[in-house]
Design a protein around this ligand. Sequence first.
Ligand code: CTP
Length: 402
Amino acid sequence: MPFYFMLKGKKIILGITGSIAAYKSAVIVRLLIKAGAEVKVIMTPPATSFIAPLTLSTLSKNDVLFELSENDTWSNHVMLGRWADIMLMAPLTCNTLSSMASGACDNLLMAVYLSATCPVVAAPAMDEDMWLHPSTQKNIATIKSYHNEVIPVNSGELASGLTGQGRMAEPEEIVAWLEEWFKKKVQLTGKKILVSAGPTYEAMDPVRFIGNHSSGKMGIALAEECRSRGADVTLVLGPTVEKVPAGMTVKRVVSASEMYDACTSIFPSVDIAIMCAAVADYTPVTVAPEKIKKSGETLTLELKKTADILKRLGELKKEGQFVAGFALETTNEKEHALKKLQQKNADMIVLNSLKDAGAGFGHDTNKITIFDKQGNEHHFDTRPKSEIAADIINTLINVAHA
Ligand code: CTP
């Protein structure tokens, strides 16, 4: 058995629902207890047909709970959710997944889930057709949007006798996932991080602006990644329809000059700044006070340069502060990225090349290369932006400690 040093003393609620994979929950409990965690098991009533509560109470050394009240005693679901460092739903059935997505509360497990103040992670288990059904996938996306995490299902032999996706991750994989989660959670604890994201809009008149296609998705994913690792995050966010993430300070701005003011005033109090925003390089010299009326065949707008926020942070940077920037390039990518690294006094530049399929504005995936000031290059494949965010933060932590 690997040595899980992060799980020692951790308080874990294990929610077990009615799937054949419930027999594996006994192994999860055993591994967690051996790793030094405290485990309280809550079962849905159907789960008790798949595994005996006695097995689980013996392994967890705690009573197993199923009902909101037993023998005229009310189970305090609110305190259970506050007691735990994390709540693990394994296996998670289609039915309980649907309750988690809709907020239905017809058993103790759902009452604890709905009142839990701790993070929640689920390991789904179901047959492939159920797993791939649009409503299941929609429910998975919904519970993720509520900041629950989902441990990927495996492919293999299923209870139906068929082979395919939907098998619950193995107990060892689930426990290793928890170990990694606790490890990541403390990585940036105590660190203050500023992230800029999204486009800026430069007004021409009261109704028009010059903008760009940035959605803010990459910067938001980075801010969420930093928060999930324990950082105190401030997100300076340009105009976007993307959902504002929870658990951080969000400062909404519109123009490049507002973003400049916000970032330069926050920067002295942070340890790390990640400038991911697509800031307009030019802004109209004058903003017409009234709507510009259609007149001649052509219209000439005079633009002036905006202040470079990343460059300014590079100038203001003090010992112990770390500044990361982005570069979006279409030609001579490496050369331009290295120039930005040096000219803006950044510690690392993340290069997005628009030439790569699936990379850049509006996509959910991205392809990046990172250049650091020690002269190293870090290459990555095309991946979802949330995973790229983890790659960027892992690299940032390594570069900052180098
Ligand atoms: N940036 C900034 N302030 C600006 C312009 C850019 O802080 N006024 C930052 C971006 O957030 C990014 C980096 O600088 O981290 C590089 O942005 P990019 O648009 O690729 O480069 P520019 O410096 O604007 O140069 P060019 O447009 O000529 O490539």
